[in-house]
Design a protein around this ligand. Structure first.
Ligand SMILES: Cc1cc2nc3c(=O)[nH]c(=O)nc-3n(C[C@H](O)[C@H](O)[C@H](O)COP(=O)(O)O)c2cc1C
Length: 359
């Protein structure tokens, strides 16, 4: 379904080449000031990197319904972003010949010819602009609780950032370039990797590491609505996400308990962990350490290179080279989308857990 959340609920609507995309957000407490500068900043982080991304460039400033003097009233907010840059003809052939790696074929099986295939319809990465706008609104909500969420690109194809950074370093440095790399050298190497795939008519995947600091210990609703479970569900809704690992993740399976356990120490009267293999979550609840997880984005499915597909109408094999506007790498743009989903989950759990008041 198209609704996520419990205390705060978000319902997504629209499609890539429909008149608009948007969402309804219900449950944000009354009296909270919405800062349009944060929305503009976060939407800019989702824009394609100059010279390498899709040339589809729309202003993407959302219309917001439901505020009084810039503040929430307790009523739902409606966010609406107009679609102005639409080229339906790019997608005609995809009804007949589905793109390998995209949602075209399963959507055809599920919805038949009723599916809006233009621009990928509701399976388009464009839908994430709305999620980012919603996340930006709630980013300021979290700030009031001293919670910050950030991310950076830790891998593009074969270019890997092996350094470990503090949350403060990530929050300070990761938004300084379009690829969300932590250093200028890595940004150059990642850009080369993307341009090399693009030159081949191909695409490349990447990994985003997301961190959040300031979470109150105990945040999360076990047994089933755990902090990691809720984040995983929200992040897996982002198109192109294929994996998530919290803290040491899969590597923990190769460790001994003595190595994996994050020892406790008292520091300035507070409980601290000496390491963070748990990624800040134990038993589905925040443990007071920073939340840290990595998200794998696959390579963009729509590529110019010829691929094997089928002609669904003729029932024959076919070849497809995708035309139109497509990013050779979606991971850096996906970073702020991952942040937005994380922010949403934390805000929802803060209210559910009684850390923030509901109306
Ligand atoms: C910000 C963003 C931009 C995207 N841009 C494209 C694109 O230009 N072309 C494309 O084929 N897929 C793009 N995608 C990914 C597809 O929407 C996604 O791969 C597809 O819906 C299939 O879903 P799945 O990969 O999650 O299985 C984008 C995803 C995101 C998050």
């Amino acid at each position: 379904m198209n609704t996520i959340g419990n205390a705060i609920r978000l319902t997504l609507f629209g499609a890539s080449h429909d008149t608009c995309i948007g969402c309804v957000i219900d449950g944000i407490p009354a009296g909270f000031a919405v800062n349009t500068e944060t929305i503009t900043r976060d939407l800019a982080l989702r824009k394609p990197a100059p010279g390498i991304g899709t040339p589809r460039a729309e202003p993407d400033i959302p219309e917001i319904v439901g505020l009084l003097d810039g503040k929430t009233t307790g009523a739902p907010l409606v966010l609406r972003i107009e679609n102005t840059n639409i080229r339906d003809s790019d997608y005609d052939e995809l009804r007949r010949v589905p793109r390998p790696g995209h949602a075209d074929y399963p959507a055809y099986c599920k919805y038949g010819l009723s599916h809006d295939i233009r621009g990928g319809g509701m399976f388009s990465g464009r839908m994430t602009a709305v999620l980012v706008a919603a996340g930006a609104i709630l980013r300021d909500f979290l700030s009031a609780f001293g919670i910050s969420v950030g991310s950076y690109t830790s891998r593009i194809g074969s270019v890997v950032d092996t350094a470990s950074y503090s949350a403060e370093e990530i929050l300070a440095r990761s938004t300084t370039n379009a690829l969300r790399a932590m250093t200028p050298e890595l940004e150059d190497a990642m850009r080369c990797e993307i341009l090399s795939a693009k030159a081949d008519g191909d695409s490349v995947g990447g990994v985003i590491r997301c961190v959040a600091c300031g979470l109150p210990a105990g945040l999360g609703e076990p047994f089933f609505d755990t902090l990691d479970g809720e984040i995983a569900k929200a992040v897996f809704a982002v198109p192109g996400v294929k994996g998530i690992e919290f803290g040491a993740g899969f590597a923990a399976s190769a460790m001994r308990g003595s190595e994996n356990n994050d020892s406790y120490r008292m520091a300035d009267g507070a409980v601290r962990t000496e390491t963070n293999n748990a990624g800040g979550i134990l038993g589905g609840m925040a443990n007071g350490a920073e939340l840290s997880f990595a998200v794998a984005f696959k390579p963009t499915p729509s590529i110019a290179k010829a691929q094997d597909s089928v002609d669904l109408f003729a029932g024959t094999d076919a070849e497809l080279a995708v035309r139109g506007r497509h990013d050779p790498c979606i991971a850096p743009r996906g970073a702020v989308v991952v942040e937005a989903m994380t922010i949403f989950v934390i805000a929802d759990l803060l209210i559910r857990g009684g850390f923030a008041c509901r109306n």
